[in-house]
Design a protein around this ligand. Structure first.
Ligand code: SAM
Ligand code: 2KA
Ligand code: SF4
Ligand code: MG
Length: 255
């Protein structure tokens, strides 16, 4: 074992499922969910705290989880992923996986890496330019972020555009952009965001916000109307292939 295999990261869960979002929906993936995030999006559906152990579902869909001690080192993660067969890719998600770029850089896996990121950490993104085959990059609009100070807003947008530039689509990597659209989303900010990254991506996905928590019983409280999202798509189609795809994994209850 090389010394780099001792690099370790806090991982919240590891399981096999299918990609539930975006243009690769339905493809078979192993998911590695890292703990911790640098943002606090108001719609976030995920618990990314570090619980001290990692939940590992070795048999896909079984609902039976082993508790693996945290942090998990590179070699251990590679062995935990071995039982999962016929994978399209391994989804690195979280929390925010770019916070663990040094760890990801060391991973050696027989399948391509698919990065699910908030695209706000360009120095970390730079480290992974050669490692990632699929970039599912979110553009976090200022109105979706809790506790963002006005003076930080511009830096946030600049960092996001820089991440898309660094990880843009090329001959060996696909890169697409997801934008979660909810009741508070301003069409003007979506259009500005899309203009800034259109040349770096293969498509833009408008992902309607899925109601979470108490909002599930009052969905209209968080959702933008069908008409609003369709209108936005029409405008963005001038810039890029733009699709409206809701989260699908929640519909049939897989992880
Ligand atoms: C939980 S995040 C983790 C990866 C990374 N931090 C990010 O935000 O892209 C994974 C995906 O779930 C999406 N997501 C989270 N909550 C959502 C919700 N309520 N409705 C729709 N999409 C949601 C995020 O926008 C992101 O595309
Ligand atoms: N099935 C499934 N698809 C997903 N696509 C992105 C996810 C995420 O949480 O990053 C996710 C997830 O948690 N489950
Ligand atoms: S960046 Fe991703 S994980 Fe972090 S709060 Fe936002 S949606 Fe949740
Ligand atoms: Mg999810």
């Amino acid at each position: 074992m090389s010394s780099s295999s001792y690099e370790a990261a806090p991982i919240r869960e590891i399981f096999c499922s299918v990609q539930g979002e975006g243009p690769y929906v339905g493809t078979r993936q192993a998911f590695v969910r890292f703990s911790g995030c640098n943002l606090n999006c108001n719609y976030c559906d995920t618990n990314f705290e570090n619980p001290g152990t990692c939940e590992y579902e070795k048999v896909e869909g079984s609902g039976i989880f082993e508790r693996i001690p945290n942090p998990v080192n590179v070699e251990k993660l590679e062995s935990l992923l071995q039982p999962f067969k016929k994978l399209h890719s391994v989804s690195l998600t979280g929390g925010e996986p770019l916070m663990h770029a040094d760890f990801i850089e060391k991973l050696k896996l027989p399948v391509p890496l698919y990065l699910e990121s908030n695209m706000t950490l360009p120095e970390q993104a730079r480290k992974l330019r050669e490692n990632i085959a699929y970039v599912a990059g979110d553009f976090k609009l200022p109105e979706a972020l809790r506790e963002i100070r006005p003076e930080v807003r511009d830096v946030h947008v600049e960092n996001t555009v820089e991440c898309f530039r660094l990880l843009r689509k090329n001959n060996s990597r696909d890169c697409f952009c997801k934008i979660v659209v909810g009741r508070d989303t301003k069409p003007e900010t979506v259009i500005l965001a899309a203009e800034a990254i259109a040349s770096y991506v293969s498509c833009i996905i408008l992902q309607p916000e899925t109601p979470i928590g108490s909002a599930v019983r009052t969905p209209r409280f968080t959702q933008a109307s069908v008409q609003t999202i369709l209108k936005l798509q029409k405008t963005l189609l001038e810039l890029a292939d733009t699709r409206i795809i809701p989260q699908t994994h929640r519909m049939w209850g897989c992880l």
